[in-house]
Design a protein around this ligand. Sequence first.
Ligand code: SF4
Ligand code: SF4
Length: 249
Amino acid sequence: MKTPLRRKLRYGIFFASFLLFPWTLNWLSPYLSVHGAWTGVVTGSVLVFALLFLTAPFLGRSFCSWLCPAGFAQEAVAQTRTKKAGKPALWRVKWFVWTPWLAGLASGWVFAGLKAVIPEWTPAYPMQQDFLTSVGLGTVTATLVTAIFVVLALLFGRRGGCHTLCWLSPFLILGRKTGRALHIPGLKLESTPASCIACGRCTAACPMGIPVQTMARNGRMEHSECILCADCVDTCPKRTIRLSFGRQG
Ligand code: SF4
Ligand code: SF4
């Protein structure tokens, strides 16, 4: 089957983001954010987490399917291994990782105080080495982080790292839920149940293991694990599912 233009574009941007991971690593780091908090610093990564939360009402979890370097690595592994996505019980695991981590972050500012938002704040904190050292360290760390996500995908199925370890997805999920509660217009999936022939292709294509066929037949396409990759849209032979922008909730 011909690869749709949207998927080609997505993978092009996705791959570029993966190559840039050694440079962007610090802005996504769960470790540096906690380290910063306990020294009274608001790091660039904390600002990125906040940005993800604030953009999720409009863009959902598109970050996961278009920009996340670990997401790209897991998708690449899925091309060579056909292990299915993890079951719903797995989807809860990340919250048991995220909640204590967030508590650690908040505790840091409570105990250390917020003393370095300005002027000591720096987006790349604490990247104060020269350029080559920073990139060298970034490459080693990015490789290790990628390897962990790939191993989780091999153990728990497609996007296994997103379901079990990702510290970014809870921000996106909570931001999306907030957007829906406030009826903020956003990118979303819609379906026309009458045209569905129950072929199951959408469910098979979904990298997150979501029961897309059931949702399409019910006409309710919102799901907290949906990363809006549109693979179900591009796979459906009847154009039952589509991507649209509009009021939610
Ligand atoms: S439901 Fe569709 S858009 Fe959402 S993650 Fe699955 S394939 Fe992608
Ligand atoms: S791919 Fe389309 S027609 Fe097939 S089950 Fe999914 S929504 Fe229905």
